[in-house]
Design a protein around this ligand. Sequence first.
Ligand code: CO
Length: 173
Amino acid sequence: MEVRLIGDPVLRNKTEEIKNYDDKFRELIEEMYAEMYKSDGVGLAAPQAGMPYKFFVMDDGENKRAVINPIIKTFSEEKIIFEEGCLSIPEIFAEIERPRTITVEYFNENGEKIEEELTDYSARVFQHEFDHLNGILFTDKLSVVAKQRIKKKLMELIKQGKKQGKELGDIHL
Ligand code: CO
């Protein structure tokens, strides 16, 4: 498993729903966790592993979750600013504003439906990873001025990511 960088088209692809919760899929989830922990990340979405599908893994420090076919049902009006990074955009960090609390619905790795309310850090990680399933990266949310500041580094990464995407292609389940 190789983490794809910004510039790799798979990060912008439309994602498909997961239909089979079998042992092969659960093995894949374990690989995703391993890759996430190895990279010191708190979340990893399938497109970042080259797979255009609707699932991600996350660990907010209290709970680890495999999140499959998720929806965000409600967003709080209250928003908070928090610094974000992304394994697909290494060494770039920026403050991003997002709703503080969300209610979500998803399936776990065994195909069981989970409904929960998340707040603060867990809500933050969930929203960041959820964005990946819609081809959205946190740098898309930056102001023109903030983007200008990281432009050079970003352009280098995009070049690398494009090349990597061409070499590795998409992985289909
Ligand atoms: Co990310």
